[in-house]
Design a protein around this ligand. Sequence first.
Ligand SMILES: [Fe+2]
Ligand SMILES: [Fe+2]
Length: 318
Amino acid sequence: MSSEGTEPTSLPSRLLEISSSLLIPRVDVGMKSLPPIAIYLQSDTRRWELLKSAGQAFSPLVLSSHPRVWIDEKDLHHLPEAIQRSLSPEKRMQSLRVEALAVMSKLFEDPNPANIKRSTQIVGSLVYVMTREPTTFGFLAKLSSHDPYTVQHSVGTAVNCLMLARKLGITGEQELEEVGIAGLLHDIGKTKVRPEIINKPGPLSPEEWMEMRKHSDEGYKIVEDCADLSERTKRAILEHHEDLDGKGYPQGVPSQQTHLFSRIVGLCDIFNALTTQRSYSNARTPFEAFALIREKMSHKVDPLLLRELILIYGGQPT
Ligand SMILES: [Fe+2]
Ligand SMILES: [Fe+2]
């Protein structure tokens, strides 16, 4: 082992156990070098030590004496799909969640085309997992939990959009990707709204509210010329705050005239906001959120979509 490899770590929840053979596709002279990730060994039942740091050159042959190694879950996406497939569905969903949140943090710092593209790849991974492995479907719900608000809200909304779209019979990968990406990017225009308004822990003044409402138009402007995104994804970013009664924004048209994807995102946006912890309000349970939507927001949402979302969460639509 390397002399550098003695730094112990006690963060097992972030470490994934994999077979080292997965890191060595072919043992021959022309063998590829190891991916640029840190690799750990277990030193006793609760301790891990660093075998190789991310930047360290390392002969793959050394791994032949260590059949099992550990990697940080945030590095999983550096590895070939075959490795990712060898992990348990739960571990893969955990790592996707970590990666999705990291990508979304970067996107909200700087919504440039490269970062938008990276975020769409995340949705591609979610759709891949969901369509090929139905057993992992349940883990998707875990994606909607507890991180800085807008980033977490975006990932959570995307996940609910994917689940709702599937419940509505949308099964094509292309369509699922598009609706998932719409959920992920729906509030991208908030990057153009001043942070003191975004983070204000209480009701907005009329002027602040005017500025906040611009995020739909601003979001559309950000993605308008992005060749990686479909027209219906762009429409959903523009139309996700149009209401059933035509009193939403920015166009003030009845939402039945908007794209189905816009209505899916609109409902999942409200649902995710209500079920997420904020500095000034506790997270509601899905059932409390459905009751509130039915009582106070039925003029906003598509009733047929609401019914299907309630069914997904095991509730009784009335
Ligand atoms: Fe929004
Ligand atoms: Fe939103």
